[in-house]
Design a binder for this molecule. Sequence first.
Ligand SMILES: [Fe+2]
Length: 321
Amino acid sequence: MLDVRSDAERRWVHLPDDRHVPIHLLPREATALPHDRPIVTYDHFGPDARRAAELLRSRGFDSAAALEGGIDEYARIVDPSLPRYREGEGERGLLLQQLPRPDTGCLAYFLGDPVAREAVLIDPGVDTDPYLEALRGGAWHLAAIVETHTHADHLAGHSSLHLATDAPIYVSRRSPAQYPHRTLSEGEAIDFGSEELRILETPGHTLDHLTLRVRDSAFVGDTLLIGTCGRTDLGDGSPEMLWDSLTGKLMRLPDEVEVYPAHFGPCHSLPARYVSTIGFERATNEALNQPSREAFVRYMTEGWPPKPTDFEQIVRANLEG
Ligand SMILES: [Fe+2]
């Protein structure tokens, strides 16, 4: 893999075990590249990589090819744990990393301003070691721990993370959480570095459900899952409220907004995909394409698997600490 971006573009994210030759130096340095191995050029989104592969082919590297979609697409489809980088003004930018837990089918999220070294964690799982390692390794200051909702399917890691980092825990104003926390309401925001996480209240899966937005990304918890939405019968949820949140809030977002759910994969009968868009879900999501509110309520109340036997214990543990 040959990274053809500039030093500045490469600074925050690159593929492991790659080589780096900025595209403007490639005509001069191509001679030092190996002829006995395939070369795949990459940049952030794709166009420079295509030009670089063309140049290499014209210099006799017949099998040189470009990584379509760049490192951003690679992170989206092949390796979701690779951080994705969004440029900002000047030096400013945003790192977004999905932290999948294949054993539980859960997704936590790390968002950071890499210049200010300020980060937030969304829906961390109970094994906090990987988060603490990442925070220490990157010398990040954790500005906030945010729960999209009270989880009924897995133990949450907010309290252990709070003890280890002193970062405040944020939950909805509607959460019955008994641990020390700060509350969030519609329209409020959490600042980290030069970025902000904006709050939408999207009750339905649970009463205390929040959707979090930063730039063109929405962290939707279980309000919207890829192809469906989170069940409403494990606690204080309501299909009617969920329909209103989906149609009144999430479906009003533009098509290009990226959708980052809290679950993926076979544990939850979901596709092994980690990210979608509002437009794709609008067109294909089974729950969203119910023809009426009544049909949606029927969809949410019929044919779901039996409730897990331990969900009440998990909810209790997550509310206590
Ligand atoms: Fe949930």
